[in-house]
Design a protein around this ligand. Structure first.
Ligand code: SAH
Length: 254
């Protein structure tokens, strides 16, 4: 078979935060498969056939990609950030696992991208300088009780946290409930950051505390960061403070 699938992380937004390997694989594709806004980000670039679809159709989209590749196409499956972080990479392997036996022989490459957690972390300073965890707050694919349990474990474990998919029109109350749970386990002074559309022209960053954070400060394009009890702010005049989590826990600092 001459077809192949390239799973491509487009990065957080800014063109120069897209990895060169991802750019190369995109340029060589004959077909583009992805969620409409992500495909729109790259459409103008290469003259490929476009197969854009709705947000919730990941498995159908992954099956289509494998089918087209089996027919000989060079298919680029695009995600924002990194395809392996709440993106299309796992959907492609789920489709392969449960699909046509021949799909396992297709050439598949996953090209990493700069995920929102890394872009937002760099924008703020070093909030993930020590142990941290990453969660999606969407209960589309897992029960809300699982999310609450994982949040509690993360808080008890002293992890800094980054929340993808914090809120949407269909999921308006989950972030508020998550913050309420965290307030039971963490001090109110813990920094909370709403990092929206990082590296894009519409970028907006709001720094607050767990005691004061309000769910309305997030939207679908926001990564919500919750520090741990050691996370610190360095105030700066006229600019957002630097935010960092020290590398050491329970030791005298330099
Ligand atoms: N695969 C992507 C994540 C897709 S899930 C990645 O690795 O980044 C979609 C969620 O990602 C959004 O709800 C938001 O929480 C986050 N996100 C994606 N791009 C972002 C950006 N530029 N700034 C802040 N958050 C972003």
């Amino acid at each position: 078979m001459s077809g192949r699938v390239d799973v491509i992380g487009l990065g957080p937004g800014a063109e120069d935060l897209r990895c060169p390997r991802a750019t190369l694989a995109l340029a060589q594709a004959t077909d583009l498969v992805g969620y409409v806004p992500y495909v729109e980000r790259v459409v103008a670039e290469g003259g490929q056939r476009i197969h854009a679809s709705d947000n919730r159709e990941e498995i159908m989209r992954a099956r289509l990609a494998l089918q087209l590749a089996a027919e000989g196409a060079r298919v680029a499956v695009v995600s924002s950030g990194d395809g392996g972080v709440f993106g299309m990479a796992a959907a492609v392997f789920e489709a392969m696992d449960h699909g046509e036996p021949g799909w396992r022989d297709l050439e598949v490459t996953v090209h990493p991208g700069v995920s929102a957690v890394l872009a937002a972390g760099a924008r703020l300073g070093a909030p993930f300088g020590n142990d941290f965890c990453v969660m999606s707050l969407s209960d589309n694919l897992k029960p809300w009780s699982v999310i609450l349990n994982r949040l509690e474990c993360a808080a008890r474990g002293g992890f800094a946290m980054a929340f993808y998919n914090p809120i949407s029109r269909a999921r308006p109350w989950q972030l508020g409930e998550a913050l309420t749970l965290l307030r039971r386990h963490l001090p109110g002074h813990v920094p909370v950051i709403f990092a929206r559309a990082v590296s894009r022209p519409e970028e907006a960053v709001a720094v607050t505390t767990l005691a004061l954070a309000r769910p309305e400060q997030a939207d679908m394009r926001t990564l919500v960061i919750v520090g741990n009890a050691e996370t610190r702010l360095i105030p700066r005049s006229g600019q957002d403070p630097w935010i960092y989590t020290p590398r050491s826990v329970g030791r005298e600092r330099a």
